[in-house]
Ligand binder design. Structure first.
Ligand SMILES: NC(=O)c1ccc[n+]([C@@H]2O[C@H](COP(=O)([O-])OP(=O)(O)OC[C@H]3O[C@@H](n4cnc5c(N)ncnc54)[C@H](O)[C@@H]3O)[C@@H](O)[C@H]2O)c1
Ligand SMILES: O=C(O)C(=O)C[C@@H](O)[C@H](O)[C@H](O)COP(=O)(O)O
Ligand SMILES: [Zn+2]
Length: 387
């Protein structure tokens, strides 16, 4: 069943799964969304490389929980399966792990016609995707996302890469997956904290250009955490929104940058904690970043204070952080955060670009944002309690 309207898909009689197309011409692919997709997913992977090999790249946590079942399903579908494991957490998006994964794939004799399969959250997906983009100058890869964040965002759109001490995702490549399999059953083992972090990227789609979806989130956010119908709807709706933007602007020459709402602040905070997930994970950085983007927009007279307050209240209601003070430990000051932002990929000739908003669902790309305005805003955020 292929639908463009995820609501219709999840409301119909007996949908085993929904598919969302990513319309990218010769790089087009499908996102398959549902529960218990082992057999369906394995058949689709096998169809990409009949009788070939697949290297599962995963982290040790996800590997321990889910790799055997997926290996069995892939082998039953006729594939030779190898496995490469990395330590869990943002620290693995590093030069060292990138080199180790590439060498392990070569060691496993993964040929150009074979596949890399990223089984895990966004860390695994970004790293394995970049390794696939680089191995033998490019092999195809499949995203089999296991966190809410990766099912609603990172598995789609082909941004792959690793971090540098200078900033997030500064080394990487655009490399589209050939297939995405989002099995909601895998979310049953995800921690509440990681579930919440992924939810921040769901709310993002409402804040960018879909006020009605934000209102749906306000009404149904709690239900999303049950990994049932509401979650399936949120995943399909998010994927459809992202797929549409990516199809219009694959390489972020234009409005794909809207998907960066909250990320200029958020990425600076992730660098400030040296990618220590015990203090801040990506989705939490995005939640704080989106709350800051709305408060900054209100301060500049672009959005109303009511909308900024409403955004923060909804994020707080599900337990997400919204203030600089919510990050434990020292995160530097306004100047050091500004320094991190200078390495943002949206910077043009040294000028900062932010995603700001005229209201909920009315985000826009703001070029040449004044550093002095950002510095003064951050200094006030540090000084206040962010209320
Ligand atoms: N490429 C993109 O478009 C894009 C988009 C958004 C985020 N990202 C990147 O994604 C990363 C964050 O991804 P994430 O939030 O998925 O974090 P993650 O990959 O670190 O996973 C979070 C934690 O949950 C564990 N885990 C994963 N799946 C599990 C499961 N089913 N059961 C139990 N534990 C499980 C992992 O071992 C890890 O410890 C960041 O590096 C961010 O920059 C990329
Ligand atoms: O797919 C995109 O485009 C996004 O911006 C999605 C973001 O959620 C994601 O965190 C992305 O990795 C950030 O992109 P970057 O170019 O700022 O590294
Ligand atoms: Zn993100």
């Amino acid at each position: 069943m292929t639908v463009d309207d995820p609501l219709r898909a999840t409301a119909s009689a007996e949908p085993r799964f929904t598919t969302v197309p990513v319309k990218l011409g010769e790089r087009a692919y499908e996102i398959v969304i549902g529960r218990d997709l082992l057999a369906e997913g394995a058949q689709r992977v096998a169809a990409l490389a009949p009788g070939g090999a697949v290297a599962i790249v995963t982290d040790t946590t996800v590997g321990g929980l889910h790799a055997v079942a997926i290996t069995d399903a892939l082998e039953a579908a006729g594939l030779r399966v190898a496995r490469v494991e990395i330590p869990p957490g943002e620290g693995s998006k590093s030069y060292a792990e990138f080199a180790r994964v590439c060498d392990a794939l070569i060691e496993a004799r993964i040929e150009r016609g074979d596949l890399v399969l990223a089984l895990g959250g966004g860390v695994v997906g970004d790293l394995a995707g970049f390794a696939a983009a680089s191995l033998r100058r490019g092999v195809r890869f499949v995203q089999w996302p296991t966190t809410l964040l990766s099912q609603v965002d990172s598995s789609v759109g082909g941004k792959t890469g690793i971090n540098s001490p200078h900033g997030k995702n500064l080394v990487g490549a655009f490399h589209q997956p050939s297939l995405v399999v989002a099995d909601l059953a895998l979310l049953d083992t995800l921690s509440p904290r990681e579930f919440r972090a992924g939810y921040a990227e769901v709310v993002k789609y409402g804040l960018i250009d879909d006020r009605a979806f934000f209102e749906w989130c306000e009404a149904n956010g709690a239900a999303v955490f049950e990994a049932g119908e509401a979650c399936a709807y949120a995943v399909a709706k998010s994927c459809a929104a992202k797929a549409a933007v990516v199809a219009r602007d694959e390489h972020e020459n234009g409005d794909r940058a809207l998907l960066n709402l909250g990320h200029t602040f958020g990425h600076a905070l992730e660098r400030a904690v040296a990618y220590d997930g015990a203090r801040l994970v990506h989705g939490e950085g995005v939640a704080i970043g989106m709350a800051l983007a709305f408060r900054f927009s209100a301060r500049l007279g672009l959005a109303s204070g009511q909308d900024a307050g409403r955004v923060a209240r909804h994020l707080q209601a599900v337990g997400l952080p919204t203030r600089l003070q919510d990050v434990p430990g020292d995160i530097g000051d306004a100047d050091s955060l500004l320094d991190a932002m200078a390495q943002d990929k949206k910077v043009r000739r040294g000028a900062l670009t932010f995603i700001l908003a005229r209201g909920i669902g009315e985000s826009f790309i703001a070029r040449d944002v004044s550093r002095d305005d950002v510095r003064a805003f951050l200094a006030d955020e540090f000084a206040s309690n962010g209320a």
